[in-house]
Design a protein around this ligand. Structure first.
Ligand code: AMP
Length: 287
C-alpha cells in the first residue's frame, strides 16, 4: 500500500491507474478508523480495481468551539487497517496540501439539505464538507466514491454537489455498521466515559422502537418522534440536540402523517460528545 502526503503525487498515481484502464474507488475519512470505515473500503473493492482512502481531519468543517484539536488520531493503526482491507493508496495530506496559502474557493450547497438538522446546529459544517470532498475528488478523480449512511445528511449533500458540479463520480452509500449493542460505530465514541457509553444505546433503542411503530402502521410523525424522545430521555446523561422526522430527500420536517419514506435523524450530546444516528422508515409504496 502506498502512503502519500502530496496532492500532486496522489493525482499522478491515480491518473496513471486510470490511463491504464483501472476503475478507481475512493473512501474519504477523518481517520481513527473502525469497522464502519472498513466496510466502505470493502464496498469500493467490489466494483473497483484500485481503492484510495484518505485520512484528513478537515479544519473547515469544525466550528470554533468543536473538537478539531482533540479529534482522535492514530495513523499507524489506521494504515495497518487500510492495508489489511486491501487499500492501494492511503492519502494523508497535511492541511497545507488541501488549503495552500492563497486558496480562496469554497463550495456552498444551499437549501434545506444544508440548513436543517446538523446544518442548523453546526453552521458552516457542510460548506467545509462539500469543499473538502470537491478538492479530494479533484485530486483523486475517482470513478466511485463511497460514503456512509451513518451521516445521512452528508450523503445527500455530496450527492447534490456531485450532480450540481457535474463531477463524473458515482456516489455509493454504505449501511450503518453498529457495535454489538447497537451503538453506531463512530470515531467519536472514543470520547465517551463508561457511563456515557452504556447509556448511548438509547439512540439505537429509540430508532428500533420507531421502526417497529412504523412497521406496525403508525404514520403520525409526532407520535413516532415523541416515542423516540421518550426512550432517549431514559438516559439521564443524554441531551438531545435534535430528534426529527424529515423527508428522506428534501430533509424538510414531515408535517402530519408520513407519506412514503422518511428519515428519523438524531443528534444527542453525552457530556461534550455529540453522537448522530438515523433510521430510514421506508414505506412499502416506495420500496
Ligand atoms: P468520518 O471519518 O467520521 O468522517 O467518516 C468517514 C466515512 O465513514 C463517512 O462516509 C461516514 O459516513 C462513514 N462512516 C462513519 N461511521 C460509519 C458507520 N458506523 N457505518 C458506516 N459508515 C460509517
Amino acid at each position: 500500500m502506498l502512503i502519500l502526503e502530496a496532492s500532486a503525487e496522489t493525482m499522478a498515481t491515480c491518473r496513471a491507474w486510470k490511463r491504464g484502464g483501472a476503475r478507481v474507488g475512493f473512501v474519504p475519512t477523518m481517520g481513527y478508523l473502525h469497522e464502519g470505515h472498513i466496510s466502505l473500503v470493502r464496498i469500493a473493492k467490489e466494483s473497483c480495481d484500485k481503492v484510495v482512502a484518505s485520512i484528513f481531519v478537515n479544519p473547515t468543517q469544525f466550528g470554533p468551539n468543536e473538537d478539531f484539536a482533540r479529534y482522535p488520531r492514530d495513523l499507524k493503526r489506521d494504515a495497518a487497517m487500510c492495508e489489511a482491507a486491501g487499500v492501494d493508496l492511503l492519502f494523508v495530506p497535511p492541511v497545507e496540501e488541501i488549503y495552500p496559502v492563497g486558496s480562496a474557493t469554497f463550495v456552498n450547497v444551499e437549501g434545506p439539505i444544508t440548513s436543517t438538522l446538523c446544518g442548523a446546529s453546526r453552521p458552516g459544517h457542510f460548506r467545509g464538507v462539500a469543499t473538502v470532498v470537491a478538492k479530494l475528488f479533484g485530486i483523486v478523480g475517482p470513478d466511485v466514491a463511497v460514503f456512509g449512511q451513518k451521516d445521512a445528511q452528508q450523503l445527500l449533500v455530496i450527492r447534490r454537489m456531485t450532480r450540481d458540479l457535474f463531477f463524473p463520480v458515482e456516489i455509493v452509500a454504505g449501511p450503518i455498521v453498529r457495535e454489538s449493542d447497537g451503538l453506531a460505530m463512530s470515531s467519536r465514541n472514543a470520547y465517551l466515559g463508561p457511563d456515557e457509553r452504556a447509556q448511548a444505546t438509547v439512540l439505537w433503542r429509540s430508532l428500533q422502537e420507531a421502526a417497529r411503530m412504523f412497521e406496525g402502521g403508525e404514520r403520525r410523525a409526532a407520535k413516532i418522534v415523541a416515542k423516540a424522545r421518550e426512550i432517549i430521555a431514559c438516559s439521564p446523561l443524554a441531551r438531545p440536540d435534535y430528534v426529527e422526522l424529515v423527508d428522506n430527500e428534501t430533509l424538510l420536517p414531515v408535517q402530519g402523517n408520513i407519506d412514503g419514506t422518511a428519515l428519523l435523524a438524531l443528534a444527542v450530546f453525552f457530556g461534550k460528545t455529540r453522537l448522530i444516528d438515523n433510521a430510514v422508515l421506508q414505506g412499502k409504496e416506495s420500496q
